[in-house]
Design a protein. Structure first.
Length: 342
């Protein structure tokens, strides 16, 4: 696992070399970029991060400077120049892949490092080649090759979680009367992929089935999602108004996370909790949670409710003294899905 701030730096320098980093625009991608950021730190660099406003929350445990990246070309150039002047950095690592991000860096007088994509190759000071196939964690890791000594990408993404976030999580769980083990559901991705909905449609049935078997389910909706989840997940405890790192701290306390291919799923997985990740038409080889305790269903279409319940049962039973009754059996009688497999 890659170290994060507070660990010994390879360079031994008391004054780490500054570098700006343009963060991805999406929560899940930013989580998958964390190993590359930690690699920069371990190599003796000091990243100054620029990204969406939620990035300050997501990386609050990193100890890094994080500036919101505004809208509008003029405001962005002002921000880039200000952060460069404050940090003393003249290089910027682009974890975004658009033409505009490279153009903004060039106009701000910065030396950009990134993948040659979207026709932006001539704007890059250092091209790391074409955008690679494979997992996003490995792609971001490869970008850091331009600044770091050679190293293999980790098989785990673990976000640093603050004690403040853990205290918030404990307080919210206690206020909701949740003292027993629970399953954290992340049922909303908020997007589409190639015309297909990224939200698994059977989350309400899943929550009902888990409730019938005495399992508490919890959801932590993002802004504007709480009322919709209350209507869909009537037996689920809805904890709204939490920050991203608070969600990671909630996930630390969960017995299992079940999530769409979504940002909150990656946040929860990066807390180290076992996760069952459900894919419809996105590619698990590219965006599955990077965790040794992650399982995936789907990818060429949504998994059935029974498939999901059967794997949920096995994951919850791992390490338990006795196995629970087959969770899929009751659903089979109501929904005519396949029965539990071996």
């Amino acid at each position: 696992m890659i170290a994060f701030p507070g660990s010994e730096r390879r360079s031994g320098s008391e004054h780490p070399a500054p570098v700006l980093v343009r963060l991805p625009n999406y929560v899940g991608d930013s989580v998958m970029a964390w190993p590359a950021l930690a690699r920069l730190i371990a190599a003796g660099l000091h990243p100054s991060l620029l990204g969406p406003r939620w990035a300050a929350d997501l990386f609050a445990g990193s100890g890094l400077a994080i500036d919101p990246y505004p809208r509008g070309l003029g405001a962005r150039l002002t921000t880039l120049r200000h952060v460069a002047q404050r940090s003393g950095g003249r290089r910027i690592l682009l974890l975004t892949h658009s033409f505009s991000s490279a153009l903004e860096a060039r106009l701000a007088g910065l030396a950009a490092i990134g993948f040659r994509k979207d026709g932006r190759g001539p704007l890059l000071t250092t091209s790391m080649g074409v955008f690679p196939r494979g997992h996003q964690v490995d792609a971001y890791w490869r970008l850091a090759d331009g600044l770091c000594p050679p190293a293999a990408a980790p098989d785990t993404v673990r976000l640093p979680i603050t004690e403040t976030a853990r205290a918030t999580a404990r307080a919210r769980l206690e206020a909701a009367g949740i003292a027993d083990r629970f399953v954290l559901l992340c049922p909303q991705s908020g997007g589409r992929h190639q015309g297909h909905d990224k939200d698994w449609p059977a989350f309400p049935d899943l929550a009902d089935a888990l409730d019938r078997h005495g399992l508490i389910t919890v959801a932590t909706p993002g802004p504007g999602e709480a009322e919709g989840q209350r209507q869909r997940l009537v037996r689920t405890r809805i904890l709204d108004g939490l920050g991203l790192l608070d969600v990671a701290a909630i996930a630390e306390q969960a017995a299992l996370v079940i999530a769409n291919d979504c940002g909150l799923g990656h946040v929860a997985a990066a807390a180290g909790t076992p996760i069952l990740s459900l894919f419809g038409h996105t590619d698990p080889d590219r965006t599955r949670p990077r965790s040794p305790v992650a399982e995936v269903l789907g990818g060429t279409g949504w998994p059935s409710l029974d498939q999901t319940l059967a794997l949920t049962q096995r994951m919850l039973a791992t390490g338990a003294e006795s196995r629970q009754p087959c969770l899929a059996s009751q659903a089979s009688r109501s929904h005519s899905y396949h029965s539990c497999g071996p």
